[in-house]
Design a protein around this ligand. Sequence first.
Ligand code: HEC
Length: 158
Amino acid sequence: MAIGLLFLAAQFFRAPINKVDNPEVYLDGIAQSLNMPDNVHAIHKKACYDCHTDHTNYPWYNSITPINHWMYSHVRVGKKQLDYSTLPSKRDKGFNHKLEEIIEELEKGKTERFLGMPLYSYKWTHKDARLTDEEIIALQDWARAQLRGDISVVENGE
Ligand code: HEC
């Protein structure tokens, strides 16, 4: 009973919401400024943007406290470490380092169940974020091409 009341009272403590008004335009803008081919953008969309951009596609259970706070903490910390929308502005400083980390985190996620990216809890609730080896390689190839500044390689898919 007391626990139930506490749970009900807790529902008034909403977590901050990470959303933009026009997600399609916003996310397409990110893809464009980072020279992502369509498939690379689509993989990021289903597996990474929720925690690493200003727009999260929330599941219904985000309306439940404390799940919302737990999810918000992932978004807050995730964005602090890597924000795809501010990544282009880092081209002169820190850009390559972030790309190297993306390659590393994806590599870790291939073999380590609880480490690497996407977060384990996210893969558990988002089946299509459990990336195949091909999808991981597509993201890594894109990041490597950006590292070399060799954008044509990405566009031609060669
Ligand atoms: C559910 C939220 C969530 C998702 C989805 C997610 N991340 Fe993360 N990411 C985090 C959090 C939280 C951190 C910081 C803590 C950590 O490293 O575990 C992080 C850290 C990182 C870092 C480390 C940055 C640094 O400077 O150390 C990279 C790189 C990264 N994520 C890439 C990705 C990529 C690529 C994807 C998609 C394949 C992805 N993330 C999906 C939440 C997420």
